[in-house]
Write a protein that binds this ligand. Structure first.
Ligand SMILES: Cc1cc2nc3c(=O)[nH]c(=O)nc-3n(C[C@H](O)[C@H](O)[C@H](O)COP(=O)(O)OP(=O)(O)OC[C@H]3O[C@@H](n4cnc5c(N)ncnc54)[C@H](O)[C@@H]3O)c2cc1C
Ligand code: FES
Length: 274
């Protein structure tokens, strides 16, 4: 870990040095992280790849993650200075597919913004991801709607502005932006004519499950395509343990449990049985 700094209330950003992961990662992928020499917690935890950065030679070298202090792993990580070693494996999972869209709307709840920054940077044409580098069509415009409990939980919002997003915030306590949930914010954007019905629009969302279910309903009611990045608890991250399963509908209308670590974490919102 070569960098570790607070960016919001109980929210930290770490940078690890991993040229292989930095070169390979695509938006929406994640890595599993573990603290070496500790048995508590025994299992690794998944964190979304926030962004990747080059070293002084111009080649991709660093990977950033952003985490909220939540339970045993993140509490232990919070106390570690830069320079400490971490065990990290990734990039893992299937990230966001790059369909052509006129208007990409990113919707985050809580710490869910971490899965969305690289997508914004890729679709605005500011960055390329993957090896070989993907060349998805640029989105005509990108809106970022982020909801949190209170203003102090927003960290590095400027990353999204610099990624070319039109940024809108909502807080449950009304301390910043629209008072209410991120779905209230979507309603407000729609009423203000900022989410035009004639747009070829796509939503990508990440956050607490109840919030993503509400966004999935909101988009389904308006026939808007929506991808969700599920945050199911995971143990191995590579398809072995089945701790991460979620009920996903198949083409025949039935559903089955799918491992979100290898078949997700990104799914079509309409396929998820909420
Ligand atoms: C693909 C993916 C990407 C993720 N990216 C990020 C990220 O970028 N930043 C970030 O801060 N977090 C992220 N998470 C969530 C993070 O992995 C969990 O919150 C993790 O449990 C934190 O570990 P902990 O030991 O601190 O908390 P734990 O001790 O594991 O958890 C404490 C409590 O929360 C419950 N819990 C654990 N995981 C979840 C969950 N996903 N949803 C609801 N309840 C849960 C546990 O049952 C327990 O009761 C991601 C999860 C997934 C699957
Ligand atoms: S986390 Fe082990 S199978 Fe998905």
């Amino acid at each position: 870990m070569v960098g570790h700094r607070p960016i919001a209330d109980r929210t930290w950003r770490i940078r690890i040095e991993s040229p292989r992961m930095a070169a390979a990662a695509t938006p929406g992928q994640f890595a599993m992280l573990r603290l070496p020499g500790r048995t508590d917690p025994l299992l690794a935890r998944p964190l979304a790849v926030y962004d990747v950065f080059p070293g002084s030679d111009g080649r991709l070298r660093y990977v950033d993650f952003v985490y909220a202090v939540h339970g045993r792993f993140t509490t232990a990580l919070e106390g570690l200075p830069a320079g400490e070693r971490l065990i990290v494996w990734g990039p893992l999972g299937n990230g966001f597919a790059p369909p052509a869209v006129d208007h990409l709307v990113l919707v985050a709840g809580g710490i869910g913004q971490t899965a969305l920054l690289a997508l914004a940077r890729e679709r605005s044409g500011l960055a390329r991801y993957g090896d070989p580098a993907r060349r998805p069509p640029r989105a005509g415009r990108i809106t970022f709607c982020w909801g949190a409990r209170t203003a102090g939980l927003f960290g590095d919002v400027d990353d999204f502005r610099q990624a070319g997003c039109d940024v809108h915030l909502a807080t449950l306590d009304g301390s910043l932006g629209t008072r209410g949930t991120v779905v209230d914010l979507l309603d407000a954007q729609l009423a203000a004519g900022r989410l035009g019905p004639s747009d070829r629009m796509q939503v990508a969302t990440c956050g607490p499950e109840a919030m993503m279910a509400a966004v999935a309903r909101w988009t389904a009611e308006r026939s808007i395509a929506c991808d969700v990045s599920l945050e199911t608890p995971m143990a191995c991250g590579i398809g072995i343990c089945f701790t991460c399963v979620a009920p996903i509908r198949g083409a025949d209308g039935g559903w089955d449990y799918r491992r979100t670590c290898v078949e997700g974490p990104v799914f079509d919102a309409a396929s998820v049985v909420w």
